[in-house]
Design a protein around this ligand. Structure first.
Ligand code: AMP
Length: 181
């Protein structure tokens, strides 16, 4: 357990905080510094791999764009396929979309209609849970296609924004938490 704490501390210490980005008052938790750290990135994927061992799922979905980095590596480790939840206008085949409110502004996400088959259980991965609006939009996309959310997984939780309450219908896990917004 003490060793695990150390690993999570290493992950947490690799995340850089940029104050007032993209707007004043937001403490941006920048995971690019975690992704570029070979040990930090490996520990992150290993910790996510451990965290999902009790979940049953058919595929891993990543949320554009930092979620793609995590979902791709985790899907490979798990021997599963990887589904992309993309920003609007990027997907070439027939897609569905959901628009939602973000911690700062609004956003839209899209997924190919044939990316998920009815009854498939989907593990959804993103870098950070803030209000939970992004994750909830992904849940709607998955469910509109007849899929089920197996769980949501994040590297970072911002408990002050209470995303866990927004996602209370679903299983969630996160590796580290930061105070504030
Ligand atoms: P939310 O929908 O409010 O849970 O916001 C989560 C999404 O916005 C994730 O895709 C994050 O990458 C991004 N995000 C929101 N707040 C922050 C923050 N303080 N630092 C870094 N990324 C954030």
């Amino acid at each position: 357990m003490a060793q695990k704490q150390t690993k999570l501390e290493k992950i947490r210490n690799c995340i850089r905080t940029i104050p007032d980005f993209p707007i004043p008052g937001i403490q941006f938790r920048d995971v690019t510094t975690l992704f570029k750290d070979a040990e930090g990135f490996r520990l992150t994927i290993d910790a996510m791999n451990d965290a999902v061992k009790d979940f049953e799922f058919d595929a891993v979905a990543g949320i554009e764009s930092r979620g793609f980095v995590l979902a791709g590596a985790l899907a490979y480790r798990q021997g599963k396929g990887c589904i992309l939840m993309r920003k609007p206008g990027k997907l070439p085949a027939e897609s569905i979309s959901e628009t939602y409110t973000l911690e700062y502004g609004t956003n839209t996400l899209e997924v190919h209609k044939d990316a998920i088959q009815p009854g498939q259980k989907i593990l959804v991965i993103d870098d950070l849970l803030a209000t939970g609006g992004t994750a909830l939009a992904v849940a709607k996309l998955v469910e509109r296609l007849g899929g089920e959310i197996a769980a949501f997984g994040f590297v970072v939780d911002l408990p002050a924004l209470n995303g866990a309450a927004t996602l209370n219908a679903y299983k969630i896990f996160s590796l580290v938490a930061f105070e504030g917004e």
